[in-house]
Design a protein around this ligand. Sequence first.
Ligand code: DX5
Ligand code: ZN
Length: 220
Amino acid sequence: MSQTPIIAPSILSADFADMEKTFKMLNESEAEWIHLDVMDGNFVPNISFGMPVIKSFRKLSNKVFDAHLMIEKPERYVHNFKLIGVDLLTVHYETQVHLNRTIDLIKRVGMKAGVALNPHTPVSLLKDIIAELDLVLIMSVNPGYSGQKFIEHSYDKIREVKDLIIANNSTALIEVDGGVNADNAPKLYAAGADVLVAASYIFNHDNPIKAIRNLKYFNQ
Ligand code: DX5
Ligand code: ZN
């Protein structure tokens, strides 16, 4: 665990009419990663953006591109996401029949590989794959929208993933996504979260750079 959490702002709540301004802010901020929520209107009810958009964003920042795929059959697009400059690709456990094959493919093409768990999906299902993973994403809301309320049970899940990682000598990082704000950030970090994703807390704040700092340093 590092001294402070990695902050991964989700641009889902940003102003899509002015992404140059958004990326300028993110580049100047202390956020290390940029979280990209890809939604297909099938796995989740909402539709967001896809590959051509991410390809354009890549020109605007050198920060780590952390793509969270909320789409069915994500394995079809692994090569495409590598080609447009994604660094870390996360697929949902619930979309996979052959998770081991997909994780292997993501790593083989040269990206880090993550698995996301919906709020109802037990951590124990990762037991036989945890050693292969670079990241576990705990969804602390039901995926599909920003601005939802944090699910309190997520703390227990984070602690459970941490135990699983230690027991299996895994190097996976734990990322938490949904309803993250300056109030729960310290508790999430204490529970074992390495990476905090936030959309509405950052982009609804009158000073997003300060909001990112609040998440990272807990208002100190
Ligand atoms: C939800 C997305 C999240 C979302 C987070 O499906 O995966 O990344 O943008 O939004 P907030 O931080 O507003 O809950
Ligand atoms: Zn996300």
